[in-house]
Design a protein around this ligand. Structure first.
Ligand code: NCD
Length: 360
């Protein structure tokens, strides 16, 4: 594996755009070493990961297959460092590790770790690297995962970092499972091309929207429609990235007008943990940005409903039994695509492909 991130001082690396940072984060074979941004994933790499995830889930259906998978990365240990609330992403990574035999350790509450004694984050992360071979990291701070990736690559024990959510900024592995879900859902309707994806909810502060919107620009003729109250509308940086990529997009407050055109609706929760003053979000009228029976009627029969979860009331529970409700399957897809990501990070994907070829 190359750790090219050593060739550049932190200040210069930090000043680069996400796209410019990509070459520093990849292995020679084009797979990610550190996974920090959605910008690291081309359509080709996404297809490779989706294919690998499909094989892993097929192999895992038998006892012999499960036993085979469990030996693939059993020589590696992963630290799950989650200093921000999480249940599904944490469990999803833990399960993905278990599928491949990776042993895990965890820090979920920094108040009971040495950070509380005043240890710097840098020292904590270097400590983890003495015991572990991978760090999966969720933090409220934008940029921390990439700073730690640089620190580790420049230490005597470089190990990869996977960003499991960095503040309001990015959530690249959520975007992987979202793309995987879209690829699977559109398998029989021409694939992920010539489609309209409607995002609805808190598009300003939702990191999953930023990462997915970016990944969708890899596919041809995907129109993105952003539906939100004006105060929570999609950020300038996303708009700039879409313009730069020549992607068709619209910004609107009229959910009902765009629903009949949707191939996928991506609902999101109001991210009120980021309010400057407690209660700010409650003063925003969000009633028109929820998905209930009326919205279900407007959605075409081909349209799927997605949500990164957790939900509050933005999708009525009556919708759950509709075949177009994809969010529970979407969540489970996360475990398989994360297993695929961990497999390519540690370079055991070839063996999995071979096993599949011989047994299926
Ligand atoms: C999302 C997150 O943490 O950004 N959750 C997740 O990882 N599935 C979405 C959210 O919290 O609203």
């Amino acid at each position: 594996m190359t750790e090219q991130i050593v060739d550049i001082p932190w200040g210069r690396f930090q000043a680069l755009s996400a796209v410019e940072k990509v070459p520093y984060l990849m292995q020679d074979n084009g797979a990610p070493y550190h996974t920090l941004f959605a910008q690291q994933f081309s359509a080709e790499l996404l297809d490779d990961l989706a294919r690998l995830a499909n094989k892993i889930r097929a192999i895992a259906k038998t006892r012999a297959g499960t036993e085979f998978l469990k030996t693939q990365v059993s020589h590696k240990r992963a630290m799950l460092y989650f200093s921000q609330p999480s249940s599904r992403t944490f469990l999803s990574f833990m399960s993905a590790c278990q599928i491949l035999g990776v042993q895990t350790g965890e820090v979920r509450d920094t108040s009971i770790s040495s950070e509380f004694k005043g240890e710097s984050r840098e020292d904590s992360v270097r400590t983890f690297s003495s015991y572990f071979d991978l760090i999966v990291m969720r933090t409220p701070e934008k940029g921390l995962a990439e700073n730690m990736a640089w620190v580790l690559s420049n230490s005597e024990r470089p190990i990869p970092i996977i960003n499991a959510g960095s503040g309001q900024d990015q959530h690249p592995t959520q975007a992987l499972l979202d793309i995987y879900t879209l690829l699977r859902s559109f398998e029989r309707s021409g694939g992920l091309r010539d489609k309209t994806v409607v995002f609805c909810g808190d598009l300003l502060r939702g990191r999953t929207v930023r990462s997915l919107s970016y990944l969708l620009t890899n596919y041809s003729n995907i129109r993105q429609i952003f539906v939100a109250p004006p105060q929570l509308q999609v950020g300038e940086d996303i708009v700039a990235a879409l313009k730069q990529k020549n992607t068709a997009f619209e910004v609107t407050t009229d959910f009902h007008a765009v629903l009949p055109e949707a191939d996928a609706v991506y609902m999101t929760r109001i991210q009120d943990e980021w309010d400057n003053d407690k209660g700010d979000s409650d003063r925003i009228d969000t009633r028109l940005f929820k998905f209930g029976m009326r919205e279900l009627e407007l959605l075409p029969s081909r349209g799927i409903i997605m949500h990164p979860l957790p939900r509050r009331d933005e999708i009525a529970t009556d919708i759950d039994s509709d075949p177009r409700a994809m969010y529970w399957r979407q969540m489970r897809n996360g475990m398989w695509i994360r297993a695929a990501l961990i497999a390519v990070t540690f370079g055991c994907d070839k063996r999995i492909h071979e096993y599949f070829r011989h047994n299926y």
